[in-house]
Design a protein. Structure first.
Lengths: 338, 294, 237
């Protein structure tokens, strides 16, 4: 993942961030706030999965267990215990992190595909528990989750208000991910992904790092799940099912696994598609399956990844004057396409 | 002869053990197919459940549209499903071997979604009935054992033993085992390894189709039957040890029976017991009962 | 005297890549039927890569390779094998899940002219003793003998041996040298990669020194006898 020259996104970072911020602020006046919030929550879920798959190199099939259990936890805390919504969401994230740490301890001992199968089976166990537990409401889920008042002051009843709150939270979470990926910790993770035996021989407690990353990823997925419960005021079984895990994975690969923007783009594509086809549940499956196949066979790097590669190729061929004008940065180990 | 054991009526125990053995038969056959495919191709075939469903539907279709009964289906359906697998391997799957095997897995996952989506579209989520080919049963003082159920158990065991024999004791099997260890070297011996991979995938998938036909008269033939089964089967595979033939068979039958007994003793936990066992096995022996640490 | 019309193996201008890295920069050599040719050189010079290219295991390669006059560009390894080539890799590749006899019987007989199992056991008696042992329970020397013995059944006449004496005790090395001698008498053609110059000089007819992906030197037994000191210095022996 090292770069000879800064990527398009890195070079134009300020411009892009400003444009992005403006877009986010203006968005609810162009599209339905609920739809946008759904997008943001799923983008965060996809980003949390990306952290594991793209940067640590471990494919988790069970991220729905974090997303969904946090959803239940938050819903219960807010509805039954009367928690403040912020506290409720944090509680959900904490629950997800705890599940993450526990499954992580079991799953991380195995590498590669075995890790994935274990996360899948653990997620299925969580699904069964959710199905049977009285407090989750079984097939009905937990309904009528109150929006509440943020910090006792700001009523979240209004969709527009809630949008900005969620926006702040999600942006903060993405910023956190970005910081982690670019930190020394993140660089060690990338080193482990690229050459684990080498990292071990350098003295790194590889499993500790992986476990920490996994727990963090779980917490972030939980954050997304908790927020979703508040937004939609419901927590359901679908949120803990393998269908959601599969969708998160789809968003990741469609967008681009080793990129920061990938999950966002992926979420946009998948959620919009699901919304448009919501009348035909089977069609959604067929389309999703086809997208999986196409991306895996032809566009492995995902949308953002392919754009990055295209721009990098153009820059290398010297067709953009910027590539000549800007001196190439010395790549750090684990530098990442933005 | 007493009619209870540990407080449970013998008839009930016998009934649950029978159901457990039936489920175990399916778990074993499905895990076997997955183990063979994973063992040689290093691919986790996420389409396995959908291919099982396909087998059941082919059986149903053969009867519905061509009037061909179960015994025809038992031969034809695995063939059809196996050929579909061969086609998938030949056209798409083999292009993914040279990169991270996650992509091959994702391809089979996508294929499963397409397959299930198509069948759901055509048939909805309701099941189609399939007639019992062997009516009647064995009437004993303890319980009534339907002939078909006994047939399923016997046929599954037979198929498992046959597969084990072919892989462990024949020349073809030794090619497979050697190609698993060092495919390139085996190619230099003149063995057509790419063709072998294709046929192996086809065989594994055919086993799924075979399971589907066997399941058709017992469970309704519906598009969801595969995805409901496959996740439990993955847990069985992890318990038995990924890529282990013996592990798949032993874990499959064993867990089926365990599930059956649990249904009697603690009904609410029956759906979970396989996963709980998986967690325990992972904590104690992460490579699975018969697996190897690679 | 063997016919000298068509070389058993001809390599011209062979370049090869591992991904983006170029490993071979133009290799040229021939092997005549019945000869024993040795590729010498330091680690990483490209000797093993050359062998892999010949058997078809080097994905990216250009240049001319012909076996008995048949060009092999674009051929799959299993088809190249059917031209009468057999490969004994450096890591030996003994299959752990098979016993000795299964390992021996694994390579299929592709054409007539190969040795029978009994003939192989006569050549390597200690393999017969250990016929039912799991492949990996053998000592290094026995594994090497097994790796060589395995490819004698197929009917291939051109044997590619990659470092057959690596890591073995002198006594075993001698035995392997004897075995190779017997194989030559039976008409096998041998292309060998060796770092053990002493061994190679006792076995080979002609020698090519490979350096940084190219042939640096080429000499035969006679030159070896007369130019001994210079050659030994060249090889850093």
């Amino acid at each position: 993942m090292t770069l000879a020259a800064p990527s398009f996104f890195e070079r134009h970072r300020t411009a892009l961030l400003t444009a992005g911020a403006l877009a986010l602020l203006a968005a609810p006046f162009v599209a339905y706030p609920i739809f946008l919030m759904k997008l943001m929550c799923f983008a965060l879920l996809a980003a949390s999965l990306n952290l594991m798959v793209g940067y640590v190199g471990l494919l988790s099939f069970g991220h729905a267990m974090f997303f969904g259990s946090a959803g239940y936890a938050t819903a219960h805390a807010v509805k039954v215990w009367g928690f403040d919504p912020a506290l409720g969401v944090l509680f959900g994230a904490a629950v997800a992190a705890a599940i993450g740490a526990t499954t992580g301890v079991l799953a991380i001992r195995r590498a590669g595909i075995a890790f994935s199968m274990i996360t899948l089976a653990c997620a299925q166990l969580v699904y069964f528990i959710a199905l049977r537990s009285p407090f989750t409401g079984g097939e009905d889920g937990i309904q009528n989750v109150p929006r509440g008042k943020l910090l006792g002051l700001l009523s979240l009843q209004d969709n527009l208000t809630l949008y900005y709150v969620v926006m702040v939270a999600v942006v903060a979470a993405f910023w956190l991910i970005w910081r982690v990926v670019h930190s020394p910790f993140g660089q060690v993770l990338t080193a482990i992904r690229d050459n684990e035996p080498r990292a071990i021989s350098l003295g790194y407690r590889v499993n500790r790092y992986k476990l920490l990353a996994f727990t963090l990823s779980a917490a972030l997925a939980g954050l997304a799940g908790g927020m979703k419960s508040i937004v939609f005021q419901i927590a359901t079984l679908t949120d803990v099912s393998w269908v959601t895990s599969g969708e998160a994975l789809l968003m990741g690969i469609v967008g681009g696994l080793q990129t920061m923007l990938g999950p966002v783009v992926g979420a946009m594509v998948v959620v919009t598609m699901a919304n448009q086809l919501s009348a035909f549940a089977e069609a959604v499956m067929i389309v999703q399956g086809t997208v999986f196949v196409l991306v895996v066979m032809l566009f492995r790097r995902g949308i953002v990844g392919e754009i990055n590669a295209f721009l990098a190729r153009r820059a290398r061929l010297g067709q953009t004057p910027e590539a000549a004008a800007v001196p190439p940065r010395t790549p750090r180990a684990g530098a990442v396409h933005d | 002869m007493p009619d209870t054991l540990f407080g449970f009526p013998l008839a009930a125990i016998a009934g649950q053990v029978l159901v457990g053995m039936i489920n175990g038969s399916l778990y074993a056959l499905m895990s076997l197919g997955l183990a063979i495919i994973f063992g040689l191709l290093r691919v986790v075939n996420f389409a396995h459940g959908a291919q099982y469903m396909l087998g059941a539907f082919v059986a149903w279709g053969l009867l519905e549209y061509l009037g061909l009964n179960y015994w025809w289906a038992l031969v034809l359906a695995p063939l059809v499903v196996g050929l579909s697998g061969v086609a998938l391997e030949r056209t798409l799957l083999r292009r993914l071997y040279h990169i991270d095997h996650v992509y091959a897995l994702l391809l089979t996952f996508g294929f499963a979604l397409i397959l299930e989506g198509l069948f759901r579209y055509k048939f909805g989520a309701t099941g189609q009935p399939y007639p019992n080919p062997i009516a009647g049963g064995l009437d004993t003082p303890m319980a009534f054992f339907p002939w078909y159920r006994l047939w399923v158990i016997a046929a599954s065991m037979g198929m498992c033993i046959l597969t084990w024999f072919v892989i462990e004791r024949t020349k073809l099997g030794s090619y497979l085992r050697a190609a698993t260890e060092n495919p390139n070297l085996v190619r230099t011996f003149g063995v057509r390894v790419p063709r072998m991979l294709m046929l192996t995938y086809g065989l594994g998938v055919a086993l799924a189709g075979f399971s589907g036909v066997m399941a058709a008269p017992i469970y309704q033939v519906n598009p969801l039957m595969g995805s409901q089964l496959i996740i439990v089967v993955f847990a069985v595979v992890v318990i038995g040890g990924m890529g282990s033939i013996v592990g798949a068979i032993v874990a499959g039958f064993g867990l089926g029976v365990l599930e059956g007994i649990t249904k009697l003793v603690y009904p609410d936990g029956a759906g979970m017991v396989v996963f709980v066992v998986m967690l325990i096995v992972l904590a104690v022996r992460p490579q699975g009962l018969f697996g190897s640490l690679r | 005297m063997p016919e000298q019309n068509v070389p058993c193996l001809e390599v011209r201008g062979l370049t090869g890549f591992y991904g983006e890295t170029q490993a071979l920069h133009g290799i040229d050599f021939v092997v005549q039927p019945g000869e024993a040719v040795c590729l010498l050189g330091r680690n990483g010079a490209g000797k093993t890569t050359t062998l892999r290219a010949v058997v078809g295991l080097l994905a990216k390669r250009r240049g001319h390779i012909a076996i008995d006059g048949r060009p092999t560009q674009g051929m799959a390894p299993e088809d190249i094998a059917r031209l009468g080539v057999a490969y004994c890799p450096e890591e030996r590749g003994i299959f752990a899940s098979l016993d000795v006899e299964e390992n021996l019987l694994l390579p299929p007989v592709l054409m007539p002219g190969g040795m029978t199992l009994e003939e192989i056991y006569t050549l390597f008696p200690n393999l017969k003793l250990r016929r039912k042992s799991p492949g990996t329970r053998l000592s290094g020397g026995e594994q090497q003998m097994l790796a060589i013995a395995r490819i004698l059944r197929t009917g291939a006449k051109l044997l590619l041996l990659d470092e057959p004496t690596e890591g073995l005790a002198p006594v075993i090395i001698e035995k392997i040298g004897e075995a190779i001698g017997i194989l030559r008498q039976r008409g096998f053609t041998i292309l060998m990669v060796e770092q053990n110059f002493r061994f190679a000089s006792g076995v080979g007819d002609r020698f090519y020194v490979i350096e940084e992906g190219r042939v640096a030197e080429h000499f035969d037994r006679q030159t070896l006898a007369t130019d001994h000191a210079r050659i030994e210095a060249l090889l850093g022996v």
